[in-house]
Design a protein. Structure first.
Length: 411
């Protein structure tokens, strides 16, 4: 939980870097405009901590608080201070006020203040360390501070900035990319405030050289999820661990497409099979709360603490097929691997559903087959699906309809 002394410590840390902001926050703290919950120890329904800023409840992610101390509290204080300053500026501005635009300006001001503060803290530490190899990084961070451009990723996978393209929800286009370090992306990360992926963690990835292991799902130029992997190397072994994953689903007040987590895992699977071929296995340490999700997409328990990835299952198969359909020049071995998965999906349709769970699994398998038969699908995927549907047409009631639709689409 967040105590008064934690708030005071966070404000003192800010004061060391920016005395003017620190003074303002201290005055608010003394006037109890910045305060802790009462009774002490109260937490959000989702399990996170919070404090009050001008009677507004400000959430602080529990995981980040335990791992970074007062850093997430400092970040939230800076955001709210930046917003408050911008509000006062707008109130003093002459002329009519566009309230929608004003709300955007206010939020952006707070987020930018926080990101610049975090970058300045990191630059100060890098200069203190006085390591020659950090000079290029310092220069890059200074450029980020001056960048006012919105995130603008190309929609085509032919661009190196986009690793894979697929869908989330029913038909929402999504991009799987390495996290694009710029001011707008860092502000977006601060705004959505996801577990694990706070701005300080993202910037530390640059210092530690792990930025190429950090990926994001982007929808309409907005980041809606993150995934971070870690490699474990031994003498004759290299494994890839799914270290962290977090999505906007369930934490946003705005409508968010379903399937972002599955999309992110599909991107990592494609990356594993297409580009990181020396990795022997894909695994994760168990997360009890997400056990059902991991098992539903193909992870199997190896022991009490760890899951290893076996074969893609459920919605993950569909997401992989969509990504593969959007890829150019897939290697023959990747095509062969995916066609084996398609065959397994169609074979599963030979068994009739006996309960709701099996009915759902059947529907997902049929959706996967439909993706293979869509116009523009990879020819080998379509060929495999048609061959298997013809082979088992007596056991799969949907075969005739699926084949007929495919045949009509080719005319």
């Amino acid at each position: 939980m967040i105590k008064k002394e934690n708030l005071k410590q966070a404000i003192d840390n800010i004061s060391k870097r920016d005395p003017e902001i620190g003074y303002s926050l201290n005055e608010m703290f003394r006037g109890r405009r910045i305060d802790t919950p009462s009774p002490p120890g109260e937490i959000e329904p989702g399990g996170d901590f919070y404090f009050f800023f001008d009677k507004q409840k400000i959430p602080v992610r529990k995981f980040i608080y335990f791992n970074y101390g007062t850093a997430p509290v400092e970040q939230q204080l800076l955001i709210k201070h930046g917003e408050l300053t911008k509000k006062q500026e707008l109130l003093n501005r002459q002329g009519p006020l566009n309230y929608i635009q004003a709300a955007i300006e206010i939020r952006d001001a707070g987020l930018r203040l926080m990101v610049v503060y975090e970058i300045d803290c990191l630059i100060a530490q890098l200069k203190k360390d006085n390591i020659e190899s950090y000079e290029h990084l310092i220069s890059f961070l200074e450029k980020i501070k001056k960048n006012n451009q919105n995130l603008k990723l190309p929609e085509e996978v032919t661009d190196p900035a986009v690793l894979y393209r697929g869908l989330v929800g029913i038909d929402t286009q999504a991009l799987f990319v390495q996290f694009p370090f710029c001011m707008d992306s860092l502000m977006q990360a601060g705004d959505i405030n996801l577990e694990y992926f706070n701005v300080r963690f993202l910037l530390n990835c640059l210092v530690q050289g792990t930025e190429k292991k950090l990926f994001a799902c982007v929808v309409k130029q907005k980041i809606v999820g993150f995934i971070f992997v870690k490699f474990r190397k031994e003498m004759f072994y290299k494994g890839m661990e799914l270290k962290y994953i977090a999505t906007l689903s369930g934490v946003s007040t705005q409508p968010v497409p379903k399937g972002i987590g599955t999309f992110l895992v599909a991107g990592i699977w494609m990356l594993w099979k297409c580009k990181i071929t020396d990795v022997k296995e894909f695994f994760l340490d168990s997360e009890i709360g997400a056990k059902r999700f991991y098992e539903s997409i193909g992870f199997a328990s190896r022991n009490f603490y760890q899951y290893t990835f076996k074969n893609p299952k459920g919605h993950l198969v569909k997401s992989i097929i969509i990504m593969a359909n959007n890829c150019k020049n897939l290697r023959p071995d990747i095509i062969k691997t995916i066609t084996r998965i398609i065959k397994k999906q169609i074979k599963s349709l030979r068994r009739q559903a006996k309960d709701k769970k099996q009915e759902l699994s059947r529907k997902v398998a049929i959706d996967c087959v439909k993706e293979c038969l869509r116009p523009g699908a990879h020819p080998e995927f379509s060929k495999t699906a048609i061959t298997m549907l013809n082979k088992y047409k007596k056991k799969i009631p949907e075969s005739k309809n699926l084949i007929q639709k495919f045949t009509n689409s080719k005319k």
